[in-house]
Design a protein around this ligand. Structure first.
Ligand SMILES: [Zn+2]
Length: 355
């Protein structure tokens, strides 16, 4: 969150690294020490009992067997009582508009469910208000107490010539948005025939995103895994949440994409595709969980990413593997591994204590 206008956000790791070293070494006290937890370690795939975590400047400073040396007079100490310490959950692709609420209200609904990072594509606002609408959502996202990253909508209008919403986004708009603080990449490139046909708007938007060092979100909504699929992949999309069958997930992973599996209010695409891992033996680190569209009722009554993780475990996935798909895998995909997605030194102290 370098240079964030949000005063609630911790300073960049580099600005507080010497302080984190001092806390890890016991030369300065931590702000918070959590004792005796089960560390869900998404890097090693282990669950490590008897773990202490020391937090300073809003970041993890020490994760190990005994943080007693980091406790000073002003340190708040919490006894986890053997509960699990889980990294804050990430929703890798979603549209706040589907909840029929603002970004602020959406965050208010999902924070109690353990969501600490969201990757939102304000496509619906963009359809109506264009770039100023994206900016509106972006600026609200920057002000949130959790990490709300914004994917720049790629296909506005979504069906050129068939709709009259009034807005249009151009390659120049995408290039401009890539300079905004919380823009994390390009949102669902849904004009897949356009990509395969080398439509200059599609190839131009993808090129601007790649030039900015950001992630290109895919959206290949077709069951055809023949040449149109191969042409789409060659265009540069790095993930896809439109698969519905195990073979869809396998095809995407083989081509170097991340298979994003969604469980939303109307999407039930985890159960079939997760068999690529549980039965097919495909590397689970290439799988990411998301919701895409959650109605407010789903959020309130069933939950958010906690619901998706529970569902994935019910499909036969190891719990730590399911958690990886909603934490570290997502962070790595969006080049945020140094900031979020795990409980490890330097990362933002986004942590859940759960039974
Ligand atoms: Zn979407």
């Amino acid at each position: 969150m370098a240079g964030s206008a949000n005063k609630m956000k911790p300073k960049p790791w580099t600005e507080v690294a010497t302080h984190l070293v001092d806390v890890a070494m016991g030369r300065k006290p931590a702000d918070l020490v959590i004792r005796n937890g089960r560390w869900v370690n998404v890097h090693s795939g282990e669950i490590i009992a008897g773990t202490d975590i020391a937090v300073a400047a809003g970041r993890f400073a020490y994760c190990g067997p005994n943080a007693g040396h980091a406790i000073g007079q002003g340190t708040k100490v919490v006894d986890a009582g053997g509960r699990y310490l889980v990294p804050g959950l990430c929703d890798a692709h979603m549209h706040v508009e589907s909840g029929m609420v603002t970004v602020t209200e959406f965050c208010r609904a999902v924070i109690p469910h353990g969501t600490t990072s969201m990757f939102i594509d304000p496509h619906e606002i963009a359809n109506v208000l264009g770039l100023p609408g994206v900016r509106l959502m972006h600026d609200e996202a920057v002000a949130m107490p959790i990490n709300v990253h914004v994917q720049m909508p790629s296909c506005v209008p979504s069906a050129p010539g068939l709709e009259h919403a009034g807005a249009e986004l151009t390659v120049a708009d995408v290039a401009e948005a890539m300079t905004w603080e919380n823009i994390i990449g390009l949102g669902e490139v849904m004009n897949f025939p356009g990509v395969a046909a080398n439509n200059p708007v599609m190839s131009g938007e993808i090129a601007e995103t790649v030039k900015a060092g950001k992630t290109v979100g895919g959206h290949y909504a077709s069951r055809d895994l023949g040449l149109p699929f191969h042409g789409y992949v060659a265009g540069g999309a790095e993930d896809d949440h439109e698969g519905t069958r195990a073979e869809d997930a396998i095809a995407r992973v083989r081509q170097g994409m991340k298979a994003m599996l969604r469980l939303g209010s109307a999407w039930y695409d985890v159960a079939a595709q997760i068999k690529a891992v549980t039965e097919g033996g495909v590397d689970p680190r290439n799988f990411i969980l998301c919701t895409d569209d959650s109605h407010s009722g789903t959020l309130v009554h069933e939950g958010h990413m906690d619901r998706v993780v529970r569902h994935a475990i019910q499909q036969g996935l190891k719990p730590v593997t399911a958690i990886q798909m909603a934490t570290l895998n997502t962070a790595q995909h969006f080049k945020l591994e140094r900031e979020v997605g795990s409980i490890a030194p330097g990362r933002l102290a986004d942590l859940l204590i759960v039974s």
